[in-house]
Each structure stands twice: as structure tokens, then as C-alpha cells.
Design a protein around this ligand. Sequence first.
Ligand SMILES: [Zn+2]
Ligand SMILES: [Zn+2]
Length: 610
Amino acid sequence: MKIVTYNVNGLRQRISQFGSLLKLLNSFDADIICIQETKLRRQELTADLAIADGYESFFSCTRTSDKGRTGYSGVATFCRVKSAFSSVEAALPIAAEEGFTGLLGCSRKEVEASVAEGLEEFSREELLKVDSEGRCIITDHGHFVLFNLYGPRSASDDSDRIQFKHSFYKILEKRWESLLRRGRRIFVVGDLNIAPCAIDRCDAGPDFEKNEFRIWFRSMLVESGGHFFDVFRAKNPNRREAFTCWPSNTGAEQFNYGTRIDHILCAGSCLHEEDDLEGHDFVTCHVKECDILTEYKRWKPGNAPRWNGGWNIKLEGSDHAPVYTSLAEIPDVSEHSTPSLAARYLPMIHGLQQTLVSVLMRRQAAKQVKSHVDEKVKLEGCSNIVKRSITNCDVPGTNIPNCSLDQDSEYSILEVDKHSEDLTEEAACTTKIALNREYVSSMPNKEPVKRARKSQQLSLKSFFQKTPSLGNVVDSTSTDISTNQTGVLDSENQSQEAPAMDDQECSPKQNDMNASASSQGQVEQDGSPCLEKEKTNVALLEWQRIQLLMQNSIPLCKGHREPCVSRVVKKPGPTFGHRFYVCARAEGPASNPEANCGYFRWASSKSRPK
Ligand SMILES: [Zn+2]
Ligand SMILES: [Zn+2]
């Protein structure tokens, strides 16, 4: 079994890069693919973004409407399956849960019953807050519980976010503890936004490891008496410069100047049943390898000219590289079907409208199930009008088999006449995963079957809506193409990277100076539309004259005697709006003379802060 984790920095963009979701997923040849930073809002989840043949998918999108927090983050777990409706494959989850507190999607009444075990001490508000940003999907694969995580980033001067990050990991840790107490094995994969040790960061200073979150991270590891293996380090204990993320606004990929913040952690016993299990644990016995898939890096030698204050072509890809692990001797589990949290069951808009695709898929599903269901099945009328949203209440153990899928419609439901003794325990909209002991054959063999409404009003619009023209989706750029008033014009091509909102730890040198990379004055590359030739020529000459003028005033950097690039301070503060010059080269280790020499100069005395 192979598990991959990948911060895609925009699922839409990666799908466009690979041609389709299926091609993206197949490129990993993995059984479980955990994706972070989908940057998709719930209402944007369409079939082309969420459904791929041969995979079941589970999404968590950001739910908060806080400023700056909508439409980013978001995680998704894709599971490769041969059969989604009656399967013994361990890759197909037995249960799935959005968030890690157990609260998402449950009404106030249900809260008592819904809070995940071990989290009773926290307030409802606190729990809902950590789950509000689409940062976790939990899937239970029988042999282990898998957390797909996107850990919050916190700038050192942002006390609100530091507090948020605190709560996030404190509550998460409680949840892990509770599962481990029950003897569950745990995988935690994803972008945790924490580089645990100095070896995991390009520019770690002497106090690097004193950061409270690094200390917390390391306290989770077996070396410090914790439960988890850092699987990459377990397999590659001394590997240096093993980075998974590079800041995109400094060209850091060119000199591999990054951090290792994408992780695969694993805790728990092995599956062996020998008498003497001395020296056995899951990682030692079942993890074959773990490594970084550097072939997914955007920049490779030869694929792009060197950074010169920006890439002069648009680099395709995420600013992270995926990490994978492959496992051995993972047996099948008891027969089960896809949990109802799966994207195939997602209603499109506010839980009411659906795409034709999903309805067709469900019809197909019904057919498949019918062929599986034998004489034990009895036909029942089910006119339950279920108000609660099925997308959030994953109740695989109850005897209402997913009839809330079409919330306001009536069905006849084929129900398997077989009940589990676990049913009462799991009747509420509660989290199955905490309750699942080692998955045994007592799992109710429930086959959800539903029939699409006969006269259903479909969202035809969604069907005809053109797939967003992915080729045109610019990778979260905020290209500043305005020519600034001082007329600094040069033909430098500009990086298309937007540093804002990027959850990565590496701070470029520019940030250290309280400035974020911005553009220099831009020359519009593609020319202006439909101007007369003469005018164009006149403009061009004037343009060249100004360029020449400006070039003479662009300083050369100390280290390379090369023309600098100009930037503008974008961070609010006393220097906001001021222009300065820096070495144009990509950031890299100070020991490398090819890398950025650190040259800095304010653009003019007028621009210089007082
Ligand atoms: Zn073993
Ligand atoms: Zn230089």
C-alpha cells in the first residue's frame, strides 16, 4: 500500500497542469493520496474537481467567513478502490470524518453526543473554531486511522494565529491520545507547517529548535518518549537538504533552499501476532520506504532559465513536493462500502441541488449495489424526510442507510436486514472513528441504495457550465502590472508568485526587512491592442529611451556586479510604499557564491525612510 501527501497549492491549478484530476492522481500510482491546500470552497466542488474514476474522495473546505480565510486551505483524501460499494480493500475507508473534533455538521442538540472522545474539556466554540478552516479529514482504514492535515501557519508577530495554532495542536493531540488508548494505529500526513529540527530548514539559526511548536512536534516523537515516528527520518536519519517546500517569491528552488514541513507520522503496533513482539512496531515492521517525490518540483535544472528577480517563464507546479510512504503486509479488511462523507454523495448547493453527474453516479451506484444485494434484502418504503446534512454526519452504523442524501425527497430504500450490536452506540451523529475498535467483522454490512427522484429538478446550469478554463487560471497570482509613478521601467520579467497567504515557514530575506517582494515597474509584455503602427513606434522609442535612462540608475549588486531588481515595501508600516533594490539572484545558502548576495539599497534618498 502506498500513501502520498501533497500540498498542491490549488487543486484546480494542479488538475489543469496534469490535464485532469484522474491523471494527477494516477501520476502517483498510490492507494491513498492526501492533498492539502485545495483552495476550493464548498460551493466550488464540481465533479471535475472532486470525482475521478477508480477513486473515492473526501473533502473538507474552509467554513469560516473570516476575512482572508475564505477560499484557501482545504484538504482532500483520495482512495483508490476497485469497488466502492462492497469492498474488502483497506484503501477504502470504513468511516470518514470531516475535521477532528467530531462537531462539524452536527446540530446543537447533537453536540453532546458528537464531541469526539477525549475532547470533552474544550468548549464548543473552541472546537468549532479549529475545525472551521478545512484543515482535516480523518479516514478509518481498519488497520489504522489516517489524519490528512493542513496545519496552520502563524507569523511570529500574530498572536491571534499563534493562539489558534496552539488550540489546533492541543486539541489534535488529545484526539490522538484517545485513539491510541483504544489501541488504534495512527497515520498523520500533511503539511504541518512545522520543520521539526535544524536539519529540516535551510537557514536555521542557533535558536531555531527553541520555537514552541518545534518543541511540541518533537515531543510527539518516539525519540522524546512520544508515540509517533517521523517516518521520513526513520528511513533517512541523516539526509540533509531533504526539503519539501520552497518559498516561491525568492527563487529558492534553484538552490534547494527550503524546509521540510510536509510529514508522514505513524504511531502504533505492528500487525504481527507472534508471541514475542520485542522490537516490533508498525513503522519497523510495515513501512518499506518513505521519500520526497522531488520530480514534482517546479524548478529542475534545464527546465527554466535562472531566476533573475523572477522566473521569465511561468513555472508550473506547487511550491511543495509530495512525500510518499509504501507499506508492506497490509491485509484486507471486512466487507464495507464507501462512507457517506464521500464526495460522490455531496449535494452541490446548500445540500439541495445536485449535478446531473452525481445523480447519474448514484443511479449507477444503486445498480451496482442491487447486483450485490442478495435475498436477505428486504424492500422497505422509506419516507423519512431527513433534515440533517448527510455530508457531515457520517453514520455508517445506523439503520438509516444514507436516506438523507436527497434531503427533501422520498425514496424506496433497499435495506440490508442485518444489524450490528454496535448500532445503538453509534446512532447519533457522532464520530465513528473513535468508537471503532479494531475493525472487525461485526461491521454492519449496510448497502446504501437510493433511487434518484423521478421528477427531480436538476441544476442544469451546473451541467452546462463550462469547466473553468483551467489553462487560464493563474496560480494565485497578484501580478502588479501598474507602472509606478517614478517610472522605473525595465523589461525584467516578473515572478508570477504571490507571497501573500502562503503558509510556508521560509521567510525570504526581503521579508526580514519588513518588505515583501513586489514587482518592479512593469513593461506590458504582450503589447497594446490595435494601435496604429506609427504611434506604436513613437511609443516604443520613448519607451526605450526611458528604459535606458532608468537602467543607468539601477545599481549593481555587490556580490555579482549585476543589475539589481527593484521592489516596493508592501508590508504596512513606516516604510510602506518605499522602493528599494536587491540582488536579482535566487535565494540560496550563503556559502554558495551563485546565490543571492544579500545586496540591498533604498531606491532614492526621497524614498528612504526617515
Ligand atoms: Zn511486527
Ligand atoms: Zn548579487
